[in-house]
Design a protein around this ligand. Structure first.
Ligand SMILES: [Zn+2]
Length: 379
């Protein structure tokens, strides 16, 4: 790698947490501070940022575009961004919405919003739905198309306007399936899909619809070409919409079992081509949704090891921004809109005194684009 400064943005999805009784009232970050993160925060200082403006859904689909420097006009919904990440091309005048394959008890209680389905399992269930004439009829009545996908993330597209008033399934785990389908078009689709998937203990849960958004290319906005390394369709989709590279990394799953070394190596390889590289690691969010304190602590340790591997591999001057995109409470398994901590490290400046990278509740709350602008020296 040349002597040109590289800009790394490491996003630890959902790593900010709430105090947990199991950890004596501490958050996982406070309970076991990690050495790499402490070095970064110790040099650059620890600040906080609001990544979820009021009135917007508390989640990656809101936070990621904003911390990547875009304003709320691109937040048309999660669906189109994920569709872009899945390689679905959406013509103007269309909407896309996510449809999760959820796990559902016999009595219709939602037990798992984001089940750990294999690619094959997801695709098989999706194809079962796509092949059903009755379901096709319900979709055709409103001009919608169902797109089978690997894993639990399925997709529905259709003409504007998108249906309104749906609920993200991860916010209502434990609820029944009825009562979440405010539009006439949705209820029969959901009912028919449930009938088809009942034997598999699953159901289809549509949510997150939106019209195709307009992104100004990142390179025009910030004067730098870049790449995003992520296993998650909403993040890869945002990257592609923003004109950033989004290479697919084999073995990157977005869970604790992800091949994080391959992702770090992909980030380093990208940094040989482009000056800005975002590395997005989903595991802390995944483990908080599963409400496993033990897994959450391991996910945070994994982030720290990934930081060590990244920093050791750069081989030239670099700046590094570390932040979670949002809070995910391991106690409730739900996202939160509270500000999250961030820090920017500069390899050309002297080391500081290691300071734990933890959630803070004092000091100014910066706007969502300030960490990136600080990283790029454009604040
Ligand atoms: Zn999440």
């Amino acid at each position: 790698m040349s002597g040109r400064t590289r800009y790394f943005m490491v996003v630890a999805d959902g790593m900010a947490d709430t105090p947990l009784a199991e950890l004596g009232g501490l958050t996982p970050l406070r309970y076991r501070p990690r050495p790499q993160m402490a070095e970064l925060a110790g040099q650059g200082g620890l600040f906080r940022v609001r990544t979820i403006p009021s009135g917007f859904s508390a989640g990656t689909e809101t936070a990621m575009p904003l911390i990547t420097g875009y304003d709320t006009s691109v937040l048309t919904g999660r669906g189109p961004v994920e569709a872009a990440g899945m390689g679905i091309a959406l013509p103007a005048g269309q909407f896309a919405m996510r449809a999760n394959l959820v796990r559902m008890a016999e009595d219709g209680t939602l037990t798992e919003a984001c089940p750990d389905l294999s690619d094959e399992e997801g695709l098989a269930a999706g194809r079962l739905l796509a092949a059903d004439a009755a379901l096709a009829g319900e979709l055709a009545r409103v001009g919608w198309t169902f797109h089978p996908q690997p894993g639990f993330r399925q997709m529905i597209t259709g003409p504007l306007p998108p249906p309104a008033g749906m609920t993200p399934p991860h916010n209502v785990q434990g609820d029944g399936i009825d009562g979440h389908w405010p539009t006439d078009a949705l209820a029969p689709v959901v009912r028919r899909a449930r009938a088809l998937l009942r034997e598999r203990g699953m159901a289809l849960w549509p949510w997150g619809p939106g019209a195709w958004p307009h992104y100004e290319p990142f390179a025009d906005k910030f004067g730098l070409h870049g790449a995003v390394i992520s296993a998650v369709p909403v993040v890869r989709g945002m990257a592609l919409l923003a004109g950033l590279e989004a290479p697919v990394v084999p073995g990157a799953t977005g869970t604790l079992e992800t091949d994080w070394r391959a992702k770090v190596d992909a980030a380093l390889a990208a940094a040989a081509r482009v000056p800005f590289v975002m590395l997005h690691l989903e595991a802390p969010d995944d483990c908080s949704h599963a409400r496993s304190v033990e897994a959450e602590l391991r996910a945070i340790a994994m982030i720290d090891e990934a930081l060590a591997r990244l920093r050791a591999g750069v081989g030239g001057p670099y700046r590094l921004l570390l932040l979670p995109d949002h809070v995910t409470s391991t106690e409730t398994g739900r996202h939160g809109a509270e500000p999250v901590p961030w820090c920017v490290y500069d390899s050309e400046r002297p080391a500081g005194i290691p300071t734990p990278f933890v959630e803070i509740d004092e000091g100014p709350v910066f706007a969502a684009d300030i960490p990136l602008r600080t990283l790029l020296g454009q604040s």
